[in-house]
Design a protein around this ligand. Structure first.
Ligand SMILES: [Mg+2]
Length: 230
């Protein structure tokens, strides 16, 4: 059987988003307090979430722009120098890669898919600095949807991935934790959509994933079964 392509969503699929982001925000606050001890205890993770939410309601921009603007607002709110926001944004990005808890099934399954000859890549709506992880060396492509102008489930990020992999959508399995974004988006583009349902939620009505798995360990055999029919 000729190999296929397996693309993964990142946040919520290869790791849990909230603990990664909370850990990274706490680390960024730690960096700020080491550089400016006079600000120690002035900002909390909850404060940074609140400022990010307000900025998201007030303006448009990339995830990175919104985050940095929210840092400017947070710094201003405690009498800090808003120009520190750029530096703090860099600290946060670095911290995200440091604190992320990649699920234990990711590496062995990526290796197994590669051993079976498949191409492995990622398609994300987020801005996690994936290339900072050693794991990224095994990925043939990483598409950040906001860089191609449309978020999943729109076609553009899937199209970009297919261009990068120089592969046919018909022999492509996309795996993600969000039914509407990942499964339906991939299916609309002609790819197979597999729902990674780690918490075993019920499948919403009217949605028909090509496969549903509770752990990535089920994925390599599922991919081979799905592609055998194509
Ligand atoms: Mg996700």
């Amino acid at each position: 059987m000729p190999p296929g392509v397996v693309s993964f969503d990142l946040d919520g699929t290869l790791w849990e988003f909230a603990p990664m982001m909370d850990g990274a925000l706490a680390a960024a606050i730690g960096s700020l307090e080491r550089r400016h001890p006079e600000l120690a205890g002035r900002l909390t993770v909850a404060d940074l979430h609140r400022h990010r939410e307000l900025v998201g309601q007030a303006m448009q921009g990339t995830l990175e722009q919104l985050r940095r603007e929210s840092f400017r607002e947070a710094l201003k709110s405690v009498g800090g120098d808003p120009q520190l926001a750029e530096w703090l944004g860099d600290e946060l990005l670095a911290a995200r890669a440091d604190v992320v808890g990649v699920h234990s099934d990711v590496e062995p399954v990526v290796d197994e898919l590669l051993a079976r000859g498949h191409v492995v890549g990622a398609i994300t709506n987020g801005n996690f600095p994936f290339e900072q992880l050693a794991l990224a060396e095994r990925f043939a492509f990483v598409v950040h949807a906001e860089h191609v102008g449309e978020m999943k489930p729109a076609a553009a990020p899937f199209r970009r991935a297919a261009e990068l992999a120089v592969a046919d959508a018909a022999r492509w399995v996309h795996v993600g934790d969000e039914i509407g974004t990942d499964v339906e988006g991939a299916q609309a583009y002609g790819m197979l959509g597999v729902w990674l349902n780690r918490s075993r939620r019920p499948v919403p009505e009217g949605v028909h994933p090509d496969g549903e798995i509770a752990s990535l360990h089920e994925l390599p055999d599922l991919v081979d079964r799905l592609l055998a029919d194509r």
